[in-house]
Design a protein around this ligand. Structure first.
Ligand code: KQY
Length: 385
């Protein structure tokens, strides 16, 4: 694996949309007891169910600590590739690489700097040193060259349409706890350089009380070029209403990189969800980690789904709203099967399905490796093709 010193866009690479073809999907096994209640056992069951759903249509690799290897091996479905890897937690959307593709079907990955969603100013745990190495390790295992980006960014804070447009939020990307000193124009320049996009569409705030400082992947995402799903509530007294209305107005007045107006599809949010006293009591207390309290409102949204090759894995959150959300997704993804996965246990940890998955785009068969690249010694497994 080479570390490239140039810029992906200059080298002809772009980030494909999530709805383009994947070689597979990465997840990380949950274990830390100050994030996941009851020693992470309920979360592990949810992760295993999600892995099974995604495995229907693409390869799944799960990174796991040495201490949890045998447990994960017993609980995950047959067919999952297990790889021992160290991490501080299980949010591979944010700690994993963003894999790019060029016109010849070659792939390289971006390894973003990571500071646990805000570092010592609002971040959710300390330390995060192992998380910051996850992308590099995945790229080694996949045999893909790497660009180390010189700025902090999480994968959940961007969505692309694969045709030159990036969707993001001001609340996260312009937050001084990520890249103090970098303004909007500088961030846009970096997004163009590292994602190969031309147009950045800025939404304002993310989902109410989202502890990532408003990741776009909980608020809105492209479902196909020119089409965006947006979390929504009709309840004008809910703080989410104003946030989603602002996003709707911005999306309706935006043009994508190809000059198209966007069609917005509303996904009505679940009724407000809260952490129960019993659930909060089962989360370890640790100085420096995000405290969990009974009654905390959870940042619940149906937009936080994963688009696999032939399935969409979507969160089940609230029996009053699940069916409508899954029906809308079935309409938006007519060539895929929408699979509902119980997601409350993931939500209690502070994220959702999209946050714990990371797609590896499929390269062209036989696409040449980058010139001069050498396999690293860490590359001991067959890469996803
Ligand atoms: O939603 C995400 N992308 C990650 C949430 C992380 C929460 C950490 N406590």
């Amino acid at each position: 694996m080479l570390t490239r010193k140039s810029l992906p866009a200059r080298d002809g690479f772009r980030m494909p949309a999530e709805f383009e073809r994947h070689a597979g999907c990465w997840m990380l096994w949950p274990e830390r007891p100050d994030t996941w209640r009851a020693g992470a056992k309920p979360a592990q069951a949810a992760f295993a169910a999600l892995a099974a759903a995604i495995l229907e249509s693409e390869a799944v690799t799960v990174g796991v600590s040495a201490a949890q290897f045998q447990n994960a091996s017993a609980r995950l479905p047959d067919g999952v590739r297990l790889v021992e890897i160290s991490a501080n937690d299980a949010w591979v959307r944010d700690t994993g690489p963003t894999v790019l593709i060029d016109a010849r079907g070659r792939r390289r990955g971006v390894d973003w700097m990571f500071n646990a969603w805000g570092g010592l100013v609002g971040g959710t745990y300390f330390p995060w040193d192992l998380d910051d190495e996850v992308a590099q390790k995945i790229l080694h295992i996949e045999g893909l060259d790497r660009y180390r980006a010189p700025f902090v960014l999480e994968g959940g804070s961007i969505h692309v349409d694969g045709q030159g447009t990036c969707l993001t939020t001001e609340q996260c990307l312009l937050n001084p706890n990520r890249n103090p000193g970098l303004g909007r124009a500088e961030i846009e320049r970096l997004l163009r350089g590292y994602l190969g996009v031309e147009t950045v569409i800025w939404l304002g705030r993310g989902v109410h009380l989202d502890e990532t400082d408003g990741h776009v992947d909980n608020l809105a995402c492209f479902t196909s070029p020119g089409h965006v799903a947006l979390t929504w509530t009709d309840d004008v007294r809910d703080p989410q209403h104003e946030i989603s209305l602002d996003a709707l107005q911005r999306l309706r007045s935006a043009r994508d990189a190809r000059g198209r107006a966007l069609t917005v599809h509303k996904l009505h949010q679940p009724d407000p969800m809260h952490m129960s006293a019993a659930e909060a009591a089962e989360v370890d207390v640790r100085p420096g980690s995000q405290p969990r309290r009974a009654g905390d409102r959870l940042a619940a949204s149906y937009v936080n789904f994963y688009i696999g090759n032939r399935v969409v894995a979507a969160p089940r959150l609230d029996s009053r709203h699940d069916a409508a959300a899954l029906r809308t997704l079935a309409r938006l993804f007519p060539t895929r099967r929408v699979v509902g996965v119980d997601a409350r246990e993931i939500l209690l940890g502070g994220g959702n399905i999209h946050c714990i998955t990371q797609q590896i785009p499929r390269g062209a068969p036989g696409a040449p490796r980058a010139p001069g690249a050498t396999l690293s010694r860490a590359h001991t497994r067959k890469p996803l093709s």
